[in-house]
Design a protein around this ligand. Structure first.
Ligand SMILES: Cc1cc2nc3c(=O)[nH]c(=O)nc-3n(C[C@H](O)[C@H](O)[C@H](O)COP(=O)(O)OP(=O)(O)OC[C@H]3O[C@@H](n4cnc5c(N)ncnc54)[C@H](O)[C@@H]3O)c2cc1C
Ligand SMILES: NC(=O)c1ccc[n+]([C@@H]2O[C@H](COP(=O)([O-])OP(=O)(O)OC[C@H]3O[C@@H](n4cnc5c(N)ncnc54)[C@H](O)[C@@H]3O)[C@@H](O)[C@H]2O)c1
Length: 470
């Protein structure tokens, strides 16, 4: 047992904790990092990395299945275990970057144990007692397992166990039509499984319904059954034959994936002892991410806001200022993008059209452009898609994109919104031809066109000038 005094103690070595530890130690702080399970957290081990790697394998299968452009389609011979081997190879490639060795090399003291507060200034981990000037809770989130009658008596998967499978499910039932559910539904369908998604509300319900429909139409066309407005009421059966009852009938499949949302991972922390209040969403924090104990901050999924790796990283940047330099820090959300990596992808930044309409009323203009009008999309046969830009007084406040590479295409808008730039900044950009990226400029064009081309004053001015010009 050691008594450790430090400047900063971070609990959780996932996306947020690792970013903060690396930044803080390299700026000269003494840093202790406490991790009870795997370095890299959810994103590396059970989240972003494995899900995107499996989607890549699924894309490969789909390319063969689809054929086209003179290449004959063929039913792909899928080796599911090999696809999962790719998933674990991707994790293994990234692992060293998040490892104990790398962080100790940077000068961080890493304690591999669960952390638990003893009081408002001390944390116990693996028998060591850490007294820190500041603590940061970066403990992430866990899958919600809803209290559906019968669920506890059947074998079910979550994102924490799905990537351990080596035999392809014959029929995967997914409870939850959010990003996890839809990404894993498409991955498994493309790898040859039958897939049914059961969603109590609308699938992809945080997104603009007009754009979500583009994605959902494709998923249905690929053979995924999506049952919406159907709460999973009861589950029964055993390994290989699991039945889910909903208000819209019953579904029987071989495997069940529960993707019904996330809850903050705070249970081991003994937060009462530290005077840290919580809500259902996470640690109760202000915009500065400080908890009800002024020495303790929370970042990432544990802070109860947007649950994304890039948000956890952003939070790390926000809290490092007050913790290390005594400067104010404030987390904002209006400029943060989010992407669901189905094919086509679904990307959003700021409010959707309905949300922007509710906030800005008549001041809102929505500019649209369809991928069907983009030459590169036509050449590549990838024309399913649309971009919508919500503009208020010449500045974009929100952007929604459904289409191929939507996650890449939203990048420039993240720059525009983060820097409060105007639509003219996008219109002034010259996009290389032919690229999908031209949709961004064309959306800006769609915003300015009515002002320029349907404006009688412009027409009158041009006629007058043409008469005067020699
Ligand atoms: C299937 C899936 C796919 C996803 N895909 C994406 C994506 O494509 N893009 C994206 O941006 N986001 C994605 N996410 C979300 C992303 O994974 C999370 O938002 C991100 O990991 C949050 O980072 P974090 O640092 O808050 O927590 P985590 O990365 O979860 O790290 C928390 C760490 O804290 C540790 N811990 C918990 N309690 C304690 C304790 N008491 N003591 C010590 N250690 C503790 C945990 O073991 C864990 O290692 C996905 C999530 C899932 C589940
Ligand atoms: N691409 C990405 O960036 C990405 C990918 C996956 C996850 N994530 C993050 O993880 C979070 C969690 O993802 P998620 O998909 O688990 O959660 P979610 O909350 O986004 O979606 C869960 C869905 O399950 C439904 N549901 C809940 N209980 C149900 C029941 N009993 N019967 C039927 N439907 C039910 C809900 O209505 C909801 O639509 C995301 O919101 C996101 O922040 C991000």
């Amino acid at each position: 047992m050691a008594r450790i005094k430090t400047d900063l103690c971070i609990i959780g070595a996932g996306s947020g904790g690792l970013s903060l530890a690396a930044g803080a130690v390299q700026m000269g702080a003494r840093v202790v990092l406490v991790e009870g399970h795997k370095m890299g957290g959810d994103c590396l081990n059970y989240g972003c990395v494995p899900s995107k790697a499996l989607l890549a394998a699924a894309q490969q299968a789909q390319t063969v299945r689809k054929g086209g452009f003179g290449v004959a389609p063929a039913e792909p011979r899928v080796d599911y275990a090999a696809a999962m081997a790719h998933v674990h190879a991707a994790i293994a490639t990234i692992e060293p970057h998040d490892s104990v060795e790398r962080f100790e090399g940077l000068g961080v003291r890493v304690i591999q144990a669960w952390g638990r507060f003893l009081n408002d200034r001390e944390l116990e981990a693996g028998g060591d007692i850490i007294r820190a000037r500041r603590f940061v809770i970066a403990t992430g989130s866990r899958p919600v397992v809803p209290p559906i009658p019968g669920l506890d008596a059947v074998p079910y998967l979550t994102n924490e166990t799905l990537f351990d499978l080596r035999d392809r499910p014959g029929h995967l039932i997914v409870i939850g039509g959010g990003p996890i559910g839809m990404e894993m539904a498409q991955a498994h369908r493309r790898l040859g499984a039958q897939v049914t998604v059961i969603e109590g509300d609308r699938a992809l319900n945080r997104d603009d319904p007009e754009l979500a429909a583009i994605v959902l139409d494709r998923l249905r066309a690929e053979g995924i059954r999506i049952v919406e407005g159907a709460q999973a009421d009861r589950v029964s059966g055993a390994d290989g034959a699991i039945t889910v009852e909903t208000g819209q009938g019953t579904v029987t499949g071989t495997h069940l994936l529960v993707a019904a949302g996330r809850r903050p991972a705070l249970d081991r922390l003994n937060l009462d002892a530290a005077g840290v209040e919580t809500t259902r969403a996470g640690v109760k924090v202000g915009p500065d991410l400080r908890s009800t104990n002024r020495r303790i901050y929370a970042i990432g999924d544990a802070a109860g806001g947007m649950q994304f790796t890039h948000v956890a990283g952003y939070h790390a940047g926000v809290v490092i200022r007050p913790i290390l330099l005594g400067l104010p820090g404030k987390a904002k959300t209006a400029h943060i993008p989010r992407v669901t990596y189905t094919d086509p992808e679904l990307a959003q930044i700021g409010p959707t059209e309905a949300e922007a309409r509710a906030e800005h009323g008549d001041k809102l203009t929505v500019a649209r452009f369809d991928f069907a009008g983009n030459d590169r999309a036509i050449a590549a046969g990838r024309t399913e898609g649309r971009i919508k830009v919500m503009v208020v007084r010449g500045r974009p406040v929100g952007v929604s994109i459904a289409g191929p590479e939507a996650g890449e295409l939203i990048g420039p808008w993240a720059l525009v919104l983060a820097n409060n730039l105007k639509m003219t900044a996008v219109a002034n950009m010259v996009a290389p031809y032919p690229t999908l990226g031209e949709v961004n400029k064309r959306a800006a064009g769609a915003y300015f066109s009515p002002k320029l081309f349907e404006n009688p004053w412009v027409k009158r001015a041009v006629r007058l000038i043409q008469r005067l010009v020699p």
